[in-house]
Write a new protein. Structure first.
Length: 256
């Protein structure tokens, strides 16, 4: 990545941001505010990421063919719903206007040795939303083991993921540079056009920059764009706007 000024780096991070509200207390007013926040005087986020029950509302606010995409979550956050339930969730979300589906794999079954459960889930949801961008959440902070993170990445990619994503943001360990390194290498080695989304705990431009530089190191120059890289974050936008306004980024927050 060419050397960017802090303001340029912040504006670039904004273009890659899935601005997220998956709080348990999210309501219609919060969704209206999120849609507004995603459109700033300095550019717009790539997407908003919201609970399925708010997709129709968000589509009504943004209208059709809006540059801010609408992403929603299925099998979230536990990852242990039946396949048919998750397929139904997915179809309803698409009918309500979702552009992108963020799917949690059955990571507990995977950790118990059932790789087929991952393949079955991702394949079924892929078939239920053939035109949507499918981001597959591995929940790497729960998987932990580097070999298993690599294997989960491979299974998701082989079953049709458009992106692989680290985390739900709902567990104690979310995005880490270690997990990102493993996942990006799996993407590179697959030789497929698959994107990467770190999510959870990324709250500063300085923090985001670490992930961008890692991705460029592994994937090469010019790989970073909204079709291949997203940040899943709720508070990162605040630091982005502060940096664009001329303030320094807050200190690196993740520690990873």
């Amino acid at each position: 990545m060419e050397l960017l000024s802090p303001r340029e780096a912040a504006a670039f991070a904004l273009s890659l941001l899935d601005l997220t509200n998956l709080r348990d207390d999210c309501d219609a007013a919060a969704i209206a505010a999120l849609c507004a926040r995603a459109q700033t005087p300095n550019g717009h986020s790539a997407a908003i990421c919201i609970w399925p029950r708010f997709v129709a509302q968000a589509r009504g606010i943004l209208g059709s063919d809006h540059p801010v995409r609408i992403a929603t979550v299925v099998n979230f956050p536990s990852g242990d719903l039946p396949v048919e339930t998750v397929v139904a969730e997915t179809r309803q979300a698409i009918a309500d206007g979702a552009d992108e589906i963020d799917l949690v794999i059955p990571y507990k079954a995977f950790l118990a040795g059932d790789e087929a459960a991952v393949t079955e889930m991702v394949t079924a949801v892929r078939a239920a939303c053939p035109e949507a961008c499918l981001k597959v959440i591995l929940e790497t902070g729960e998987i932990r083991d580097s070999g298993k993170i690599r294997r989960a990445s491979e299974l998701a990619i082989e079953a049709g993921a458009d992106f692989i994503k680290t985390s739900t943001g709902k567990v104690s360990v979310n995005a880490t540079l270690e997990a990102a390194d493993i996942m990006l290498q799996a993407i590179r080695d697959s030789r497929r056009k698959v994107g990467f989304k770190p999510a959870g705990g990324i709250s500063t431009v300085a923090d985001a920059d670490l992930y961008l530089r890692l991705a460029e190191t592994i994937m090469g120059a010019n790989w970073l764009m909204p079709s291949t890289f997203r940040f899943g974050a709720s508070s990162l936008l605040d630091d982005i706007l502060n940096v664009i306004a001329g303030a320094p980024s807050s200190r690196v927050s993740s520690g990873y």
